[in-house]
Design a protein around this ligand. Structure first.
Ligand code: UD1
Ligand code: UDP
Length: 381
């Protein structure tokens, strides 16, 4: 046992999806007296991060407030390294926890490594095998994988990728993905308090009787031609009278300028601000199909039995494809349109994809991580 002194863990994150996947783990660790949890946000995202902090009731101990409009990767990474290093020097944690493959996670892992602090990596082992898709995430997560002390792999496939990279198998734990813990939690919150997700009522009334397609898109490798092709596909899809597109648009100016130019003023398209997590969960529940390049949405949509068409050439989440609930459609406008029309017009094709399937977790990921960490600190004591 560790004795009376709780182990100090510094949890570091900066973007919306990291916050969503970390809040159940932070809550579980905070509820356990064996740990003293400190939270540092880089605020690489600002508004979208704050939306999650608010619903999850997290007040960070440190907030670096690093977001700048249209920030470059090098300026962001430089500020992250020095900023996170300073926080580590002040906090002197026993361990650092990061999630996923953002710039914040990668810089957090490096700054901890420079101080010889063990790093625990949540959502470890995702690999596309292509350093340009997704970019720069494939390299970010490989860097974290080289440094991490404990690798919390969401699936056996992800654990297998780490084994192939010669990571010590005793350091790799298949835990499920905490996004499913988060989804269960938010679903229960909305059931208890429907007003939390009531803000789409106006759009739902406007599009009553239409078949809703939910869209998100933000990947850096799709900037320019990829996004233009996605927008062209949406224009064609939304020309159908039986269809409505609800598209919470990522605030990145590279996304906004393309979508504003191509989709403004279309009767069947609602381009809206990023939704907070309860409202996005509502969109997932009312959508017939999700069209997305998001990582998290590829995990959530299958759990809810919603077919998801992935606007990417490769995915590090092959489990949804294998289960038949996700399909890669790339960024070719004709292909996107024909895949959507097939799902809209061929009942059998739709039903084949629409079975609820949950390869990414059972909602118990946070509990497993607490026990693995407790075992780990017990070993060290
Ligand atoms: C980042 C991550 C990506 C993750 C995505 C989730 C990196 C390199 N990229 O990409 O892995 O999938 O978050 O959404 O870490 N902005 C706002 N308000 C916000 C957030 C962003 O205005 O709340 C705008 C800013 O102009 C900002 C830009 O979006 O400069 C880009 O943000 P950034 O975090 O660099 O990259 P994302 O494309 O969001
Ligand atoms: N999400 C949200 N509001 C939105 C769009 C997405 O709350 O308007 C949530 C979604 O439920 C998922 C996560 O954000 O959990 C995905 O984030 P994003 O697509 O930005 O990043 P990625 O998962 O691709 O890294």
């Amino acid at each position: 046992m560790t004795g009376a002194v709780p182990t100090r863990i510094l949890v570091i994150f900066g973007t919306r999806p990291e916050a969503i996947k970390l809040f159940p783990v932070i809550a579980a660790l905070k509820a356990d007296a064996r740990f003293a949890i400190r939270v540092c946000v880089s605020a690489q995202h600002r508004g979208m991060l704050d939306q999650v902090l608010e619903i999850a009731g997290i007040t960070p101990d440190h907030d670096l407030d690093l977001m700048r409009p249209d920030q470059s990767l090098d300026a962001l990474t430089a500020a992250l390294l020095t900023g996170l290093g300073r926080v580590m020097d002040a906090e002197r944690p026993a361990r650092v926890m990061v999630q996923g493959d953002t710039a914040t996670a990668m810089a957090g892992a490096i700054a901890a490594y420079y101080r010889k602090i063990p790093v625990d990596h949540l959502e470890a082992g995702l690999r596309s095998g292509n350093i340009h898709h997704p970019w720069p995430e494939e390299v970010n997560r490989r860097i974290i994988g080289t440094i991490a002390a404990l690798h919390f792999a969401p699936t056996a496939t992800a654990a297998g990728a780490l084994h192939r990279e010669n990571v010590d198998p005793s350091r790799v734990h298949v835990t499920g993905n905490s996004v499913i813990d988060a989804l269960h939690w938010i679903t229960a919150r909305i059931a208890a308090e429907p007003a939390l997700a009531g803000g789409l009522a106006g759009l739902e009334a406007r599009f009553a009787g239409k078949r809703i397609i939910g869209v998100t898109s933000h990947r850096r490798e799709n900037f320019g031609g990829g996004l233009e092709a996605i927008a062209a596909a949406i224009r064609t899809i939304a020309a159908r009278r039986d269809v409505a597109v609800i598209f919470p648009v990522h605030p990145n100016p590279n996304v906004r300028k393309v979508m504003d130019g191509a989709l403004s003023g279309l009767a069947n398209v609602a381009m809206i601000e990023p939704l907070d997590y309860p409202h996005f969960a509502r969109l997932l529940s009312i959508a017939e199909i999700m069209l997305t390049d998001s990582g998290g949405v590829q995990e959530e949509a299958p759990a809810l039995g919603k077919p998801v068409l992935v606007l990417r050439e490769t995915t590090e989440r092959p489990e949804g494809i294998a289960a038949g609930t996700a399909r890669l459609v790339g960024t070719d406008a004709r292909r996107i349109v024909s895949e959507i029309f097939k799902l809209l017009d061929d009942r059998m094709a739709y039903e084949a994809m629409a079975r609820a399937h949950n390869p990414f977790g059972d909602g118990q990921t946070a509990r497993r991580i607490v026990e693995i960490l407790a075992h780990e600190i017990g070993q060290q004591a």
